[in-house]
Design a protein around this ligand. Structure first.
Ligand SMILES: Nc1ncnc2c1ncn2[C@@H]1O[C@H](COP(=O)(O)OP(=O)(O)O)[C@@H](O)[C@H]1O
Ligand SMILES: [Mg+2]
Length: 285
């Protein structure tokens, strides 16, 4: 049981037809297996999100294929996509954009259950509380709406929603980048905990090598659309083989320790910054 992206390339057509577009992703191959965390690291613009969107079926590759349990998703029928979406969920960078502001939190986290017609109203309400508990968010927030909740809490809520259908795979595309540093470690630890307790397969995408190191069993390095290195986390930190990876390790060592690591300070969401400052705290560079 795996998701396998095989020789994926993606060329975005440029508006001016004369311009030659360089591929956003080039011949990328990776495999996501249950119980494992695959870290995908690379600078902004290296093609991480494009690859993630292709894996999720949100974007068509120019060439290559995605195999879900050995079946190419390009051959999927509606029912296959239904099954796929139940098992493969995503968490994105900015929960403020990802969640509907007018919906109550309780309704947000159980929306997937309604879509799949799972349970009755009372069962879904009970499940909503359970889901919030899983991500350590107070059930008091069930009747609140996103604007009343901090960014860190909102990302937890986005994760709760992604867990509603009990997926096997979670694709996290820069899930910390819109959050204040003080709440990042809490989210990392939550993901680690979920991965270990539920045996989730995690594809964790970040431009922050330190975070990827903390989470991953296997590390992939992407540069200008290509996966230039794939190594176990241990191998990787003993000495990555690609010069670019070495450069990244050097950079990571030179900057502050990452979320989930030894960064001092509070990790609880109760210390959240106000939303205004939070969204500007860190941007992918
Ligand atoms: N919808 C799109 N149309 C045209 N170019 C795109 C589109 N999405 C991404 N790109 C380009 O593809 C490259 C990779 O982007 P992206 O996958 O977002 O990188 P990352 O997630 O690593 O920052 C960038 O050069 C970006 O400008
Ligand atoms: Mg991205």
């Amino acid at each position: 049981m795996t998701i396998r992206a095989q020789d994926i390339s993606k060329v975005f057509m440029s508006r001016s037809k004369s311009a030659t577009s360089t591929p956003a992703v080039r011949d990328a191959t990776l495999e996501i297996t249950p119980g494992q965390t695959l870290g995908l690291v690379g600078q902004s613009g290296s093609g991480k999100s494009t690859l993630a969107r292709i894996i999720l079926g949100l974007l068509r590759p120019t060439s290559g294929q995605v195999l879900f349990n050995d079946q190419p998703t390009s051959q999927f029928r509606a029912a296959d996509w239904g099954r796929f979406r139940r098992e493969v969920q995503a968490v994105f960078q900015d929960p403020r954009q990802a969640l509907n502001w007018r919906q109550e939190i309780g309704s947000i986290v159980t929306e997937p259950l309604r879509n799949y017609r799972i349970g009755d109203r009372a069962q879904r309400r009970a499940r909503a509380a359970e889901l919030l508990e899983q991500v350590s968010v107070s059930p008091k927030l069930l009747t609140r709406r996103p604007p009343e909740v901090s960014g860190g809490q909102l990302q937890r809520i986005a994760i709760a929603r992604a867990l509603a259908l009990e997926p096997r795979y979670l694709i996290c595309d820069e899930p910390l980048s819109a959050l204040d540093v003080s709440v990042q470690a809490g989210i990392v630890n939550l993901l680690l905990d979920l991965q270990q307790r539920q045996g989730l397969a995690l594809l964790f995408i970040s431009h922050d090598l330190g975070v990827v190191r903390h989470l991953s069993d296997q590390v992939l390095v992407m540069r200008r659309g290509e996966i230039v290195e794939s190594a176990s986390a241990a191998e990787f930190y003993q000495g990555p083989s690609h010069p670019y990876s070495r450069e990244l390790v050097g950079l990571a060592a030179a900057t502050a320790p990452a979320a989930g690591g030894s960064r001092p300070g509070p990790t609880a969401d109760t210390t959240d910054q106000p939303p205004e400052t939070e969204t500007t705290a860190t941007t992918a560079t």
